[in-house]
Write a protein that binds this ligand. Sequence first.
Ligand SMILES: NC(=O)c1ccc[n+]([C@@H]2O[C@H](COP(=O)([O-])OP(=O)(O)OC[C@H]3O[C@@H](n4cnc5c(N)ncnc54)[C@H](O)[C@@H]3O)[C@@H](O)[C@H]2O)c1
Length: 405
Amino acid sequence: MNKLTVAVIGCGRFAQFFVPLFKAHPFVEKVYVCDLIREKAEEFRDRFEVEIIDTYEDALASSEINCIANFTQRHLHGDIVVRALKAGKHLYSAVPMATSVEECQEIVELVKKTGKIYMMGETCYYYPCAMFCREAHKQGKFGTFAHGDSQYFHDIDAIGYGKTPNEAGMPPLFYPTHSTGMILSATGAYAKKVVCLGYKDTVNDGRFGKGTNEWDNEFSNQYVLMELSNGGIARVTEARRIGYKSPSSYISGFYGVDGSYEFSNAQHILIQRTSKPGEPEKMNLTDVSDYVNPKTMTENKDDPEFKIKAANHKWQWSSFAPIQQKEVDRLPKEFEGLPNGHMGSHQFLIDDFCKAVYNNEQPILNAWTSARYTIPGLVAIESAKQGGKPMDVPDCGEPPTNKVK
Ligand SMILES: NC(=O)c1ccc[n+]([C@@H]2O[C@H](COP(=O)([O-])OP(=O)(O)OC[C@H]3O[C@@H](n4cnc5c(N)ncnc54)[C@H](O)[C@@H]3O)[C@@H](O)[C@H]2O)c1
């Protein structure tokens, strides 16, 4: 049993939701904060009553700090994570895992070698739609998986992070794990091959285009078809110019040979074949919205403006959905009343990480799984550059089931 002393690296918009959770978790001894911009670290210090550690290098060198929580900008993660593992730290990282295939592979190898915990905080893993598809698929409600559609729609003008023109213009698939994580976790499979097309941006506002960002990226939206290890097909979309707001991350359809799940606005529908082979075809339809939607959304479903409010992202931040109840039940009581977000996922993720380190066990979103969510997107960027060339996806294999060192 190892209590955690955590250094939160990056005191930006996202980290603010997590410092109070780390601080409150019963397995955490102490929390430090760190930012390249001193005032940001000071603001966190004063707001959350934690200490500052001056630099990332100081955190790596500290014998007291055994965990790094990485909340730096998304294109910096590979280097931050590799250095932390090499310094013998456990690592919680905001998504994505890294922005090159080689870095993802190196992280997996370092986790194997060092026995340290790596966890990627993929919020969408705990989105109720992903949980519903995982559960229903495991229960055999869809039959053999055929195909599924998943997306992360976040218009660059509405997005709260990555606002500098350079960051805004990065290939959308540098950030693939919201969409891949939902659909892949539901299928239980991984991507073997990808084909990707890109939508060349038309707005001309200095973000996307050759010479406007460090990746020379022209595409504001990218569309990937993935051939999966179970023989099924998944389509994932990462869109940054999109006239669609809510929910930004969702599975729109999940289809097996015997049933399907479909979603629109606030309605979740399960359809199942009830006829036996040879009988006239008969389908059963169940509206599972009250099970999958956050409770506050369901409480407001008679509001005359319900649909328009749902389309504007109301009720989708902190309130839990009934399908999440078993996860809520395992949270420490110290989390009650604390901030949450992204469909209630923040608290589940921090609890997963703290328990994994404390109990010396692989978390569900371990290095191997994170690689399977990240690498297909990175390979797909190359496919899009080559006009949709089919490309094989390297796989880092299955996570070990045994306890780590
Ligand atoms: N749903 C989600 O999973 C979700 C949502 C939002 C953001 N994110 C992720 O969270 C991360 C942070 O996003 P954000 O919006 O808070 O970014 P941000 O730009 O507001 O904050 C990042 C901070 O990291 C600091 N930083 C960078 N390198 C550092 C270093 N070496 N040492 C110390 N500080 C350093 C920067 O100065 C900055 O203050 C991103 O990777 C993003 O992808 C995930």
